[in-house]
Design a protein around this ligand. Structure first.
Ligand code: DGI
Ligand code: FE
Ligand code: FE
Length: 192
């Protein structure tokens, strides 16, 4: 959409090419999921477009960004460098891309771990990130893609279940928020 072009031009410079491609995938997928559930489509697209805006900075740059904006970094985010781009992304979306909508900033902040009791935009972005067309490695992708348009909570439950299993198999530290999110959503999971 024309209104997103200035942001797209900026992101094209801030991100590497595969990440920019992924970002467009998430933008369109978030728009589609929003349509299916009667949510504000441009708002979901904008959140999708910006969700990984801090992904291609260094860990040090992300730490500095948090510090300068008085945002606390957890021990888990210090230890697991894959996590901080979500929180840093929300800060960057606000100060660098002039986003004032708190729902969009929140959806960006929680897009990696999820959290208990997410609002509709949070779920749309979390799910779009996992199922966008460029993703091909996740287990149960066909099921999760179908659920995205039918039942957001069941979809969340399945993605969190598969993500926890993946993280466990990798043997890395699992962020407490990811576990809490799964505990919240697991009751919605449909047996596969
Ligand atoms: O930024 P993307 O690659 O598009 O996707 P994302 O924001 O979901 O980040 C995925 C990465 O985050 C992946 O490397 C796994 C990691 N991750 C997600 N939850 C946890 C986690 N890593 C740790 N250590 N603990 C978690 O709970
Ligand atoms: Fe991300
Ligand atoms: Fe992403």
């Amino acid at each position: 959409m024309k209104v997103f072009e200035p942001i797209q031009e900026k992101l094209k410079i801030a991100l590497d090419e595969p990440r920019y491609e992924h970002t467009l995938g998430v933008m369109y997928t978030a728009g589609c999921i929003a349509m299916a559930h009667g949510y504000d489509v441009p708002k979901a697209m904008l959140a999708g477009l910006l969700h990984d805006c801090a992904k291609c900075m260094t860990h040090e740059e992300r730490l500095e960004l948090c510090e300068k904006n008085q945002v606390a970094v957890t021990a888990s985010e210090l230890e697991n460098k894959a996590l901080l781009h979500a929180k840093a992304g929300a800060i960057l979306a606000k100060i660098e891309y002039d986003i004032t909508d708190e729902d969009i900033l929140h959806a960006i902040a929680v897009h990696t771990t999820g959290e208990p009791n997410m609002n509709m935009l949070d779920k749309i972005i979390y799910i779009a990130d996992y199922i966008e067309p460029g993703r091909d490695k996740a287990p149960n992708l066909e099921l999760v893609r179908a659920l995205a348009y039918k039942d957001l909570d069941a979809c969340m439950a399945q993605i969190l279940y598969d993500t926890l299993h993946y993280l466990q198999s990798r043997g890395g530290h699992i962020d407490q928020t990811t576990t809490e999110a799964y505990e919240f959503y697991k009751g919605y999971r449909k047996e596969v």
